[in-house]
Design a protein around this ligand. Structure first.
Ligand code: GLP
Length: 270
């Protein structure tokens, strides 16, 4: 696993966006060879989306031959609700780039048969040839997508009940009213994420420091589902200084030292 430590949230966002742009350019997507991108919601990736839009507007990358699969969606929230992940994605990213609507895949939390919707999603990912790069965030309890503590590390897309911790954390988007937060969600599984060729997780702020420590310095554990990234051949965490405060000084120095010899993806974009 690579651990990229940046000064602050803005630098994390720039690094992530440059990395994604570089991956797309290297892949050279075409109509018959689309790049398959897994995408998250939440506040962590917002800066990356803003940076990617800038890179797109400069004409460096296009999303015409990119197919996206989002990680998760609340159950029962109308698609046009301002807190639905459909709304989030179109508002913050898709409507600002040239991605064709039919290339966007987001789980339907209002499907009549939720289990069938989840099975179909896995089929669609497989039919597309699998995900080239899956980007994720992390909950304060170490979850990826909505794979709450105790989720099987071999899980696929399914319906999940949200924990109280997540409902409280996400209530900030629902007028701080926990009763307004949906109690269930559809989510890709830990295995769905790990099956991607590459996984990039964005972690920022003091609030995620304990989770980062658990994920990097402790073992693979279903109680901190992002820790499964340790088993991935190409897993990257990009984080800011604030989120590293629970790590040992030695760990921080170690990863900073190794990364010093890696080229910054910003340089590679020029
Ligand atoms: C939700 C999402 C996750 C996201 C997490 C953290 O639970 N399902 O995908 O990583 O929130 O969100 P934030 O980045 O806002 O802290």
């Amino acid at each position: 696993m690579r651990l990229i430590i940046q000064k602050d949230y803005d630098k994390v966002s720039q690094w992530a966006a440059n990395y994604v742009a570089r991956a797309i350019l290297d892949f050279k997507p075409a109509k018959n060879k689309p790049f398959i991108l897994g995408l998250p919601t939440g506040s962590s990736p917002l800066g990356m989306y803003a940076e990617l839009i800038k890179i797109y507007k400069k004409g460096i990358i296009s999303f015409k031959n990119i197919i996206t699969f989002n990680m998760d969606e609340y159950v029962g929230l109308p698609e046009d609700h301002t807190e639905s992940y459909h709304y989030f994605m179109w508002n913050n990213f898709f409507s600002h780039i040239d991605i064709p609507k039919e290339n966007v895949n987001i789980l339907d939390g209002n499907a009549k048969n939720l289990d069938a919707e989840c099975a179909l999603y896995e089929e669609k990912i497989n039919a597309a040839g699998g995900i080239n790069l899956f980007i994720g965030g992390i909950g304060p309890d170490g979850h990826i997508a909505f794979n709450e503590p105790g989720s099987s590390l071999g899980s696929l897309t399914r319906v999940k009940t949200l924990t109280n911790d997540t409902i409280i954390a996400n209530s900030r988007f629902f007028d701080n009213d926990v009763t307004k937060v949906p109690k269930t969600a559809l989510t890709v599984g830990v295995k769905t994420v790990l099956d991607a060729d590459e996984v990039l997780v964005i972690i920022s702020g003091h609030g995620k420091a304990r989770a980062l420590y658990k994920v990097v310095e402790e073992g693979v554990n279903h109680m901190w589902t992002v820790s499964a990234l340790q088993t991935h051949p190409k897993g990257i965490i990009v984080c800011d200084d604030a989120s590293t405060v629970e790590l040992k000084v030695g760990t921080v120095n170690y990863f900073k030292d190794i990364e010093a010899s890696h080229l910054d993806p910003a340089t590679l974009l020029k």
